[in-house]
Design a protein around this ligand. Structure first.
Ligand code: GLN
Length: 208
């Protein structure tokens, strides 16, 4: 039944432990996703995509631990479903936290005098128009592995990276009316859904 599942809206969960999760849900709905807040391991089952929003990385990490979400987040990543981590979410995904992407983020990297600022970024894979980015006590990427692509830099530092199905950015894409970062997550989710659909078809064709 090719296409049957790809016709239903993408189910995208937004981790609602802390931070600006409601704005992510709103943008994803505007883009046509079936988007909702995620608080329990059961909420994570069968998602096409997951957003880990900004906030405070230590608080989010503790909440993931407290709510027993780590195995379900890991299972989501392992079946190839995409994840978008923004700001604190970038830190939560890095090698020193959940280890979902081979990269190390530096917290509050832009320093105290630059607590928050906006910038226009050239961002690979979302079109020629620069992305207007809102940075709030943002991290940057200090190290990333060979399999990780840098999609955007600010002041020479990587601020958006992608490794496999994990996309992370230092800024807050939910705070502008430019939804291209969320659209990129949804394109990744569509790709992942098509790949897993064709795996099922191949298995069925082989009689398995
Ligand atoms: N400074 C925060 C941290 O280190 C991140 C800030 C944010 O998500 N806006 O966790």
């Amino acid at each position: 039944m090719p296409g049957a599942s790809s016709e239903s809206p993408l189910r995208i969960g937004v981790l609602a432990s802390q931070g600006d999760f409601a704005a992510h849900v709103r943008i994803l709905r505007e883009l046509g996703a079936d988007a909702f807040e995620v608080r329990t391991p059961a909420d994570l089952a069968g998602l096409d995509g997951l957003v880990i929003p900004g906030g405070e990385s230590t608080t989010i990490t503790r909440a993931i631990d407290r709510d027993g979400l780590e195995p379900a987040i890991r299972a989501h990543a392992e079946r190839g479903a995409p994840i978008l981590g923004t700001c604190a979410g970038m830190i939560v995904c890095d090698s020193e936290h959940l280890g979902l992407i081979d990269a190390t983020a530096r917290r509050n990297a832009f320093g105290r005098q630059l607590q928050s600022f906006e910038a226009e970024l050239d961002f690979d894979g979302v079109g020629d128009e620069p992305v207007r980015a809102v940075f709030i006590r943002a991290p940057w990427i200090e190290r990333c592995g060979d399999g990780v692509d840098v999609l955007a830099r600010w002041d020479g530092h990587p601020v958006a990276i992608r490794g496999g199905n994990v996309l992370t950015c230092s800024f807050h894409p939910e705070l502008t009316d430019d939804s291209r970062v969320h659209a990129l997550l949804m394109a990744m989710a569509t790709g992942a859904r098509e790949r897993s659909g064709s795996e099922i078809e191949t298995t069925e064709a082989e009689g398995g």
